[in-house]
Write a protein that binds this ligand. Sequence first.
Ligand code: UDP
Length: 242
Amino acid sequence: MSDATLLYEGKAKRIYATDRPGILRCQYKDDATAFNAQKKGQIAGKGEVNCTVAALLFRYLEGAGIATHFVGQTGSTEMAVRAVTILPVEVVVRNRAAGTLCKRLGLERGKAIAPPLVEFFYKNDDLGDPLLTTDHIELLNLATPEQVQVLRQQALAIDTLLQQFFLQCQLELIDFKLEFGTDANGDILLADEISPDTCRLWNLADERVLDKDLFRFDLGDPVAGYREVLERVQAVAGELGQ
Ligand code: UDP
């Protein structure tokens, strides 16, 4: 298949075929959506910021022993990734209460959560990505119990590593969403992206929001927030020799 063959277009990324077996090209878009695409817009430069932040974080996690789909950044908004079959289970890890958790359980925004909470959501836009128990995952045959164990372990290990990284950026990792996929051998790899679109990041000094909540709730300029995250992530990755 030629390099131009579009295999999949999602809300924030496009996936293209490549001439390299088992390798795909992932292009990050400036399009922004929230609340299951009920709110739509553009964040200028988001594709570049998210691609670069994700590339640096994937490289950092790979260096710490986490298996990811990341191969290399191939352009300002593009990276090469290993082809995987995405598991239809989104894994959310929470270190402080925010977003839907506050709505669902009545927790005060910002309340510390220790040990971190792992939640699973069904990746299904038509159903509005509902919360899943492990019994639901089994009922729907979305992943095996062994795979669910791996997802939980990997998500918690990634949380520890990302919290350490972001603290050096003077950022607090409030919560984040991960997606995983299986490769041709059946191994589970971290996939999708890690960026200000998929993480809540608050400025350490004053809890200023620097993530997609700027767009979701019109809290401020998302372009400026995302750029600030990128600059800090680049500086720390540089210090770590990446
Ligand atoms: N998240 C995401 N994609 C989704 C849903 C959530 O990246 O489709 C991220 C979100 O940015 C936050 C975390 O997962 O960092 C937890 O989100 P929550 O369940 O609170 O939902 P939200 O308030 O984002 O709708």
